[in-house]
Design a protein around this ligand. Sequence first.
Ligand SMILES: C[S@@+](CC[C@H](N)C(=O)[O-])C[C@H]1O[C@@H](n2cnc3c(N)ncnc32)[C@H](O)[C@@H]1O
Length: 327
Amino acid sequence: MNQSCAVVDHLSVLSDAIRVRMLAVLEGRELTVSELCDVLQLPQSTVSRHLKTLSDGDWVSSRRDGTRRLYTLPLGDMEPSVRRLWQVVREQVVASRAASDDDRRLKQILSKRRTKSEAFFSSSAGQWSRLRDELFGATSHLRAMVRLLDPDVVVGDLGCGTGNVSEWLAPFARRIIAVDASKEMLKSAREQLTAHRHVEVRHGALEKLPIESGELDVALMMLVLHHLPEPQLALVEAARTLKRGGRLLILDMVSHEREDYRQTMGHVWLGFSEKEIRKWLASAGFKDVRWSPLPPESRARGPSLFVATARRSSSSTEKEKPNVSCE
Ligand SMILES: C[S@@+](CC[C@H](N)C(=O)[O-])C[C@H]1O[C@@H](n2cnc3c(N)ncnc32)[C@H](O)[C@@H]1O
């Protein structure tokens, strides 16, 4: 809008009492045309005509939301001088009887919106979990929670397999070092992770990691510990590669009796007890150990899982020297 005549144009838009009432109810919220009709008690043709004038003068913006269109007063996008002009006009309007009646009806409309959503949840409480999965997938909340991770972290995916975990974490970490002993697994991992240049795939054993001391903020051992003849050695190595205060996360099976897994999948351990894991972590120099069983997923057929987390001691006063005993 031309600067010299802008204020005159604005004053002309604001010279109508209905338009000013409209702007007052659209400040700080979005309403549909029919909601505006209810609040202002005006026919749709009148509301639409005034909305057009307000839109042409940049006093109102709108967006589509499914089949409806929502209108608002876009104060944040306006010039400071225009905002000041609105403040002056608004002060006069809010004191009027018409504006306080509008405000009362507006509150009713907004509470009707809430009631609609409350009615939906009270009728769908029994089905919400299934509906949530159908609409957004079973892991949307987990994907969101990974955002809690400090984006600067360097993660070690120890025993990365085909790289599923690294791929999942890639958008949330500064660097990922994915290690595995199997060249075939690493080939698949490289293919799967090719788009993520900050994920390095390295060949190596968990008992002698190809990672510098103190290089990692977070070390992950997902479904790998039960393959290792001496898990304690891998825990000591994980502690070496973590910075002081760095965190280890283990996901594995609780003790089970599926003896056939030894032959079919090369499992060395038929799961682990909490006691065993706590003892090994303490011996490897970890602190703040937390262990919890995971509730089984509905379609999962394997043994129950646990998750254990621990922190590498953060100061020299905390116990530093690992005390490896292989039983
Ligand atoms: C069951 S897979 C799990 C892969 C991945 N962590 C996941 O959750 O999908 C176990 C992986 O550990 C690897 N592995 C087993 N023993 C290992 C060792 N001593 N050092 C490094 N990797 C090992 C295997 O090659 C395999 O890729």
